[in-house]
Design a protein around this ligand. Structure first.
Ligand SMILES: Nc1ncnc2c1ncn2[C@@H]1O[C@H](COP(=O)(O)OP(=O)(O)OP(=O)(O)O)[C@@H](O)[C@H]1O
Length: 218
């Protein structure tokens, strides 16, 4: 069974269609890149998959859960337990230390685990910086915090929306390698929205979103 199974997904904003029929499947351990022109609906698709945006037709099965058919509360719980998000703008909380930012998903699940937080700090090369505040970090370091936070609770699916858009090429490569290694190690799947050809080369499969749906790009 695929970890993520999207079937015939359609989304409109008012009278304007964003996409008409998206089909995509992600298997455990897979890093899949999603390309597409600006405004074609990549972020909207991620939000629909996460249950953060509604859709007009089709189905999203996340680890067998039909997210369009469960209550908002059940969706929120599923998001907490099954999903990790990495955004272009990091969304690291400024008033929490690096370690506390990474610990947050575990606290929301009422499963605090300081050892796991240490392990993730180590995995992203920030062991020495756990006590620092986010304003004391570089862009690349902040994005590594965001990745550690997205993975700390061992989510089944990681949704990454242009996570390297703000980074220089070398840091971007390090961040992508980390995302790939960590998702593979945990048997998670990762859907990576990107404009970067170099980022897409890191993926096992590359998909392209068009107005009508998703096609394999290579
Ligand atoms: N809340 C909204 N109400 C109306 N239209 C919206 C809303 N959010 C997004 N759109 C429109 O939906 C389309 C898809 O937007 P989306 O942000 O998903 O594109 P994208 O492919 O992620 O773009 P980019 O690569 O520039 O980030 C765009 O035409 C956008 O203007």
């Amino acid at each position: 069974m695929p970890l993520l199974d999207v079937k015939g997904l359609a989304k409109h904003y008012g009278a304007s269609p964003v996409f008409e029929s998206v089909d995509l499947q992600l298997q455990p351990g897979e890093l899949v890149a999603l390309l597409g022109e600006s405004g074609v609906g990549k972020s909207t698709l991620l939000n629909c998959i996460a249950g953060l945006d509604s859709f007009d037709a089709g189905q999203v099965l996340l680890d067998g859960h039909d997210i369009g058919r469960i209550s908002e509360q059940a969706q929120a719980l599923l998001r907490r337990s099954h999903l990790g998000f990495v955004f272009q703008a990091f969304h690291v909380l400024p008033h929490l230390s690096v370690a506390d930012n990474i610990a947050l998903p575990l606290l929301l699940l009422k499963k605090p685990d300081p050892e796991r937080v240490e392990q993730m700090l180590d995995a992203v090369g920030l062991s020495a910086l756990g006590a620092r505040m986010p304003r004391q970090l570089s862009g690349g370091q902040l994005q590594r915090v965001a990745i550690a936070r997205a993975l700390v609770h061992r989510p089944r699916l990681v949704l990454a929306d242009e996570p390297t858009g703000n980074l220089d090429p070398d840091t971007a490569e390090q961040v992508l390698d980390l995302l790939r290694a960590q998702t593979q190690q945990e048997g998670a799947a990762c859907l990576l929205v990107t404009h970067s050809q170099r980022a897409a080369e890191r993926a096992q499969r590359v998909l392209r979103l068009h107005a009508h749906g998703v096609t394999e790009a290579q």
